[in-house]
Design a protein around this ligand. Structure first.
Ligand code: PRP
Ligand code: URA
Length: 216
């Protein structure tokens, strides 16, 4: 996807620390323990960038020297990890946003149709947060992300950001077309999908690589 064709809602980080960790994450030789560590570290850095426009409110702080005004996060933030693979991104995000609510959403991609299948959703009747961050390492066809955004909008979420480690052009296009108001933040925009819907060059199956289940 040439730069000119990228939607304005799509952000790919060029930070050297993220790019360094991403190369390690992609490597076949990176075993699950190290892979989980890298998912966590990259997530923290992406979360930091994605939060740049979060709202703050003034707060009075007493320092040992005098009273001053600081800022505190004013948005009620909801983290929505997409099971399974999004689980590995939660802890890092909670470090950044300790008061965030975590609402798990279970979606898996049918291997034959590549369409998402929802299997877990315990969202309450109405939205309890101002800003939703969807956490999923991979944006491939965009089916899962689009379905997750549909669920959140139906719930009443008004501001939604999608945080992925790696995105494919097909997924970026699908999300931008279906949800032009949703911003996307990722560490890399890869080349394409293969015939099985896997991202190239990608990193393989993000869930299997985190949880050591690649032999299924
Ligand atoms: C992976 C990934 C995304 C989805 C992306 O999950 O974590 O949720 O595929 O593909 P898409 O953009 O084409 O929808 P998967 O279905 O493999 O489930 P898992 O996390 O349980 O392994
Ligand atoms: N899901 C993954 O885990 N990896 C891909 O490359 C595509 C979808």
């Amino acid at each position: 996807m040439p730069d000119a064709a990228l939607p304005a809602t799509f952000h790919v980080s060029t930070h050297p620390a993220i790019q360094h960790k991403l190369a390690l994450l992609r490597a076949t030789s990176t075993e699950p323990k190290k892979f989980r560590e890298l998912v966590r570290e990259i997530s923290w850095l992406l979360g930091y960038e994605a939060l740049a426009d979060a709202r703050t409110a003034p707060v009075t702080v007493q320092t040992p020297m005098e009273t001053t005004t600081g800022a505190q996060l004013a948005d009620r933030i909801g983290l929505i990890p997409i099971l399974r693979a999004g689980l590995g991104m939660v802890d890092a995000m909670l470090e950044l946003m300790p008061t965030a609510e975590v609402w798990h959403l279970g979606l898996f991609r049918d291997e034959r149709t590549l369409r998402p299948v929802e299997y877990y959703n315990k969202l309450p009747d109405t939205a309890t947060v101002d800003l939703c961050l969807i956490l999923d390492p991979m944006l491939a066809t965009g089916g899962s992300a689009t379905a997750a955004i549909d669920v959140l909008k139906h719930w009443g979420a008004r501001r939604i950001k999608l945080i992925n480690l790696i995105a494919a052009p097909e997924g970026v296009r699908a999300v931008a077309e279906a949800h032009p108001d949703v911003t996307m933040h990722c560490a890399a925009l890869d080349r394409q999908l293969n015939e099985k819907g896997y991202i190239l060059p990608g990193l393989g199956d993000a869930g299997d690589r985190q949880f050591g289940t690649g032999h299924r």
